[in-house]
Design a protein around this ligand. Structure first.
Ligand SMILES: Cc1ncc(COP(=O)(O)O)c(C=O)c1O
Length: 390
């Protein structure tokens, strides 16, 4: 791609193309609308690019004192990014990626995805009046596939893990001449949309935090949060970049494995064994993406941690039952990581931590939820309530 004025394309670690700012961070002009597009002047889209919006960004930040007590830290903040229009943070990247595709005159949109980015691509393509083709693993959660279907995209399912969807999407985009908004690092413009999470955090937090915990697959979100905070520091709006903690499932943890080994580069993951949809990317053919993410973690003084699926399921239940927030397993890894680190695993009692909640629970409901009981009288209902309360 030819970068717009004020940006340069640079080969990052392992040769991954990254869009970097070339010059100072421009001021944010007021009155540019809410959410992601409020930061339009900070995005790599030329003036006059249509702001393709479904209401993405501008998500709430909630304090969670009980969670902070459970983790043994001073403060925990939950960034409710699962409340984006299609139920995941991917809308930030895809809104920018599709807006860029429209201004370049693309005839359609392609996205390889474990489900969330595909739902997002389908929705934003519909809004832009473009056809969308999405490629997902055949084992993707039915709720995610149903959401994609609702937006009328052409769905192609492939056997095997996420990397096969990634590869087919690259080939399909080339074959059809469509823009590829797959949310690995393959579309550098889309990745810049993720900086807006950090811009919002800087405004919403009453004081700087020490850590941000990020559910991580290939890791563009980690990179986006890092570069967003770097922009805020360069513009004098933030004092420092917080340490970034990448949370991955134990059964697919290429970045956490490299971090634990002190390796300089991330390797592909051979055998994916996790039910955490969205974080099940073995990075086959693009392990360099993981290396970019590993650098972001290391250079901010952070960490990458691997969590058993059971811890993630327990964290999801805790968040839903004690805070009233239901997120999908991928998002719950942030809370599982917080609790596992807090419990003697590296967090200091004075720390202030943000957990990014990246995906809504509705598209990926819990499998273990107790079935509801059918009753035919008040007496039976009271008996049921009494039995449950025991
Ligand atoms: C809910 C959710 N959280 C986190 C991630 C990981 O994001 P990234 O690919 O930026 O590492 C994904 C990716 O699909 C996801 O769906």
């Amino acid at each position: 791609m030819t970068p717009p004025a004020g940006w340069r394309l640079r080969a990052g670690p392992a040769g991954v193309d990254l869009l970097d700012r070339d010059g100072p961070v421009p001021p944010v002009r007021p009155g540019r609308g809410p959410g992601v597009w409020r930061w339009a002047d900070l995005l790599p889209l030329p003036a006059g690019t249509e702001h393709l919006s479904l209401g993405e960004g501008g998500t709430p930040l909630l304090g969670a004192p009980r969670l902070a007590a459970a983790a043994g830290v001073a403060e925990v903040w939950l960034k409710l990014d699962h409340l984006n229009p299609t139920g995941s943070f991917k809308d930030r990247a895809v809104a920018v990626g599709v807006a860029d595709a429209v201004r370049r005159g693309a005839g359609g949109i392609v996205c390889g995805s474990s489900g969330n980015a595909a739902a997002s691509a389908a929705a934003y393509a519909a809004r832009a009046g473009l056809p969308a083709v999405v490629v997902c693993p055949e084992g993707a959660p039915p709720g995610k596939l149903a959401a994609i279907a609702a937006y009328g995209a052409v769905q192609v399912l492939v056997p095997g893990d996420y990397s096969r969807s990634f590869a087919l999407a690259v080939d399909l985009a080339a074959e059809l001449g469509f823009a590829n908004v797959t949310t690995t690092y393959v579309n550098p413009a889309a990745v810049t949309g993720l900086r807006t999470v950090a811009y919002e955090l800087v405004e919403q937090l009453p004081a700087p935090v020490d850590r941000v915990v990020v559910p991580t697959s290939a890791g563009p979100l980690v990179h986006g949060v890092r570069t967003g905070f770097e922009d805020a520091v360069a513009a004098g709006r933030a004092a420092r970049v917080p340490a970034l903690v990448a949370a991955q499932p134990e059964g697919c943890a290429p970045v956490a494995r490299a971090f634990a080994a002190g390796a300089a580069a991330v390797r592909e993951w051979d055998d994916v064994r996790t039910a955490v949809s969205g974080l099940d990317d073995p990075l086959r053919g693009y392990a360099g993406d993981g290396t970019v993410t590993l650098r972001a973690v290391g250079e901010t003084g952070g960490a990458a941690v691997a969590l058993p699926d059971e811890d993630t399921a327990a964290a999801r239940a805790l968040l839903a039952e004690q805070e009233g927030i239901d997120v999908e397993p991928a998002a719950a890894t942030a809370v599982a990581a917080l609790l596992s680190l807090g419990a003697g695993g590296g967090l200091a009692p004075a720390e202030r931590v943000v957990c990014l909640l990246t995906g809504h629970g509705l598209k990926h409901p819990p499998t273990s939820a107790a079935p509801a009981t059918v009753v035919t009288s008040v007496g039976e209902a009271v008996d049921h309530v009494t039995a449950r309360a025991r």
